[in-house]
Write a protein that binds this ligand. Structure first.
Ligand code: HEC
Length: 715
């Protein structure tokens, strides 16, 4: 390999001499080398820092990047961050077919179709090797974990059942009816793959187990119950019997591993139901927590809960990142975790001790009968939050006079008292930053050399309200199943919300019963599947959807024969009325920009290096309104070339490179579809590439389709 790399370096020296490549400042002679460099892990490396030592593409020449290749992968959504090992780039299609491509040309080498019907976007796959000839790709697809030969794509027959292990088994419920979806790649430690899962956000959901499987056999090696059983630490943070009926608190976003220490760091989401805590009084450990587990055994080493008794869906949304910082003159191995409310929590990685003070701050009580909000929540004193925290009248949109006066009027009827205000029944409460952060699953990149943390974020307010649920005598009717399972996203009125959640009031006439059945059971995009619905309940729900809203009242009578309740958990007394953004009548956020940002935070000091708006709205740009920032999904990467590369913006569908020191934008290029994913960078045959997944699923008004696009400097 060294010989080969040596040859490649010479080739690049040659290229540099022809003047195609320019070195950066004097002394940085490595700028001309691009030995083979993989991107073998989701997150770039086990530490999750998305840092590449490649510097062929750098501050000076990034503006010359050109498309090297593109492959189209059909309609649907992509959130995949590819991994690259050797020449091979492993990418997923929206239908979850895995393609192995030549990373230099995009030419397909093999494909593997797990044959799933649901289309929940998966964020990637994992790679394992014994260091010799056994090289495997581990791939989640719906409820299964597959092991494939990395060279041929053939399932490894000695793994699980003919190449797949059933992740719905061993969770104490009927596997066929257990909502477990493998949408984020597992983390490799020795010969283990450590996985979480996505589950439903309404009862019943699977209880969030973190599990390690043998990569050779597919056998379960250890389980950590994120909802503790009797006798386990944290059990007393729930009602006594809750462990049988509670659900979620799951790791859906992935983990990182300190390979030397043998510690896996796993962030978790909220417990179900997301917004109603009456049946889960207490802090609800280990929901909304960063867990440090012994990677060999699954034993807990330390944990930190970032939201107590979550009734705001404040999941920890992204994997943490491992880095080394200087604090008080000492070099400390740390772990940093970003949150939806816009904070970065920084801990000593070995002990869990916070490196900046974290204050338990008092927040208001809930006025919902039976709801006991936590009296305090942990707020890091440093760094300052990377998104705004409290919507005030002076922040309301001034985009047009009409939008402004609309916003002033609307704002007067809202409760806007900052973070962690329990939702009420009488008026809507402002959630700022909204339910999609602050931080989202895109997460962050860290410069290994400087300890600077780069994160993109959303900065738009959402609104939330609760209402009383239908009475128990309705349980089991199509309308009450709809209210409990579907209304949070599609609205109690079935009208959906903006571009994010489709209107279902006409779905019953647009879609056939089998089509509805397939979507509901299998899920689609950000909608989880509902395999837990019995066939009688599914039928009741579909007949409810197939009736026009006016006819819905007759549903009660029709449902007499349906079983009383699908819930093993007590039915909540209140329901969330549906996700909703605070937008003006033209569909723009009703707050002043920035609506999306990219921040660089020095985690040695907690100080901001820079913060810039990320993304634009083409319609506003046409009116001369620039640099508003926009909502964005997908994360950044950073390279030794001094550039932070990120796409993520929904509406302008661009990929950009920023100067890591100053935040100055150095390059942008229009993508075929939005790059709502995290790029990867690698070098093959001495040439550095940047690869990004793009898809139209987030903006139904834009072009539909999906494609992978690779960029490189001109040959
Ligand atoms: C977590 C949010 C969420 C929940 C809960 C949810 N959905 Fe969805 N649903 C969505 C989103 C988002 C889409 C659009 C998916 C896509 O096309 O990418 C969707 C799409 C659909 C569609 C297709 C609509 C169309 O016009 O093609 C149907 C039908 C549907 N949902 C029914 C349901 C039913 C019934 C339930 C309850 C059992 C439910 N959904 C629960 C978010 C949700």
């Amino acid at each position: 390999m060294a010989l080969r790399d040596g040859r490649l370096i010479r080739r690049y020296v040659g290229l540099a001499l022809t003047g195609l490549l320019i070195t950066t400042t004097a002394g940085q002679s490595t700028a001309i080398s691009a030995p083979r460099q993989d991107w073998p892990v989701y997150g770039g490396a086990s530490a999750g820092d998305r840092y590449s030592p490649l510097d062929q593409i750098n501050r000076t020449n990034v503006k010359s990047l050109k498309q090297a290749w593109r492959i189209d992968t059909g309609p649907g959504g992509l959130q995949d961050s590819p991994i690259i090992v050797g020449r091979m780039a492993y990418v997923l299609t929206p239908k979850q077919v895995l393609l192995a491509l030549d990373g230099a040309t995009g030419k397909q080498i093999w494909s593997f179709d797990p044959g799933v019907t649901g289309v929940l976007p998966s964020r990637g796959v994992s790679y394992w090797t014994d260091g010799k000839s056994d090289r495997r790709i581990l791939m989640g697809a719906m409820g299964a974990l597959w092991a494939l030969n990395a060279d041929t794509g053939k399932p490894i027959s000695s793994f699980g059942q003919a190449g797949q292990a059933n992740m719905r088994e061993g969770l104490g419920s009927d596997p066929a009816a257990t909502p477990v979806f493998m949408t984020t790649p597992g983390s490799i430690y020795k010969d283990l793959i450590i996985v979480g899962f996505r589950t439903s956000e309404t009862p019943p959901a699977a209880a969030g187990a973190i599990r390690a499987y043998d990569v050779r056999t597919g056998k379960l090696r250890w389980t950590f119950n994120t909802i503790p059983r009797p006798g386990e630490v944290g059990y007393d943070s729930w009602p006594k019997t809750a462990w049988r009926t509670a659900g979620a608190a799951n790791n859906w976003t992935g983990m990182v591993v300190d390979q030397a220490r043998g510690i896996v760091y796993a962030p978790t989401g909220s417990a179900i139901p997301d917004f109603i805590g009456e049946n889960r009084k207490g802090n609800n450990l280990f929901a909304n927590s960063l867990l440090a587990l012994d990677a060999n055994s699954g034993k807990r080493i330390w944990h930190f809960q970032t939201t107590h008794h979550d009734i705001w869906d404040r999941d920890l949304p992204s994997p943490p990142v491992l880095l080394t910082v200087k604090h008080k003159g000492q070099s400390i191995d740390a772990v940093a975790q970003a949150s939806k409310p816009g904070f970065v929590f920084l801990f000593n990685r070995a002990t869990g001790k916070p490196l900046f003070p974290i204050q338990e701050r008092a927040f208001p009580k809930s006025d919902i009968p039976g709801e006991q909000a936590s009296p305090t929540q942990p707020i890091p004193q440093k760094p300052a939050p990377f998104a705004r925290q409290t919507l005030t009248a002076d922040m309301l949109t001034t985009r047009t006079a009409e939008a402004h006066s609309w916003a002033v009027k609307a704002f007067a009827s809202l409760r806007s008292d900052g973070p962690y205000v329990p939702f009420g029944l009488d008026r809507e409460t402002v959630v700022f930053p909204g339910f999609d952060g602050g931080a989202e699953w895109g997460g962050q990149a860290v410069d290994r050399k400087t300890g600077v943390f780069y994160i993109n974020s959303n900065d738009v307010p959402w609104l939330a309200k609760l209402r009383k649920a239908a009475t128990n005598s309705d349980a089991g009717s199509g309308s009450s199943i709809y209210e409990q399972q579907c209304a949070a996203c599609h609205g109690t009125d079935r009208k959906g919300s903006g571009k994010d959640f489709p209107d279902l009031s006409t779905a019953g006439s647009r879609l056939t019963s089998p089509e509805l059945n397939a979507i509901i059971v299998g899920g689609r995009g950000r909608m989880p599947g509902f395999p837990q619905l019995s066939s009688a309940n599914l039928e009741a729900l579909i007949s409810f959807l197939r009736q026009g809203p006016a006819a819905a009242a007759s549903d009660k009578a029709a449902s007499a024969s349906v079983e009383a309740s699908i819930f093993t958990a007590p039915t909540p007394t209140y329901v969330f009325t549906g996700y909703k953004k605070f937008q003006d009548p033209d569909g723009y956020p009703a707050v002043k920009p920035p609506w999306g940002q990219l921040s660089a935070i020095d985690l040695n000091t907690g100080a901001y290096l820079w913060q810039v708006p990320l993304g634009e709205y083409p319609d506003l740009v046409a009116q001369g309104i620039r640099n508003t920032g926009s909502e964005n999904y997908g994360g950044p990467i950073i390279t030794a070339g001094g550039i932070v590369v990120i796409a993520a913006t929904i509406f302008d569908r661009k990929i950009r490179a920023f100067d890591s020191k100053t935040g100055a934008q150095l390059w942008e290029e229009a993508l075929p579809y939005a790059g709502n994913a995290t790029p990867a960078t690698y070098a093959i045959d001495g040439r550095q590439y940047i690869l990004i997944a793009t898809s139209g699923a987030r903006d139904r008004t834009g072009p539909q389709g999906s494609a992978y696009v690779a960029y490189a400097l001109p040959n």
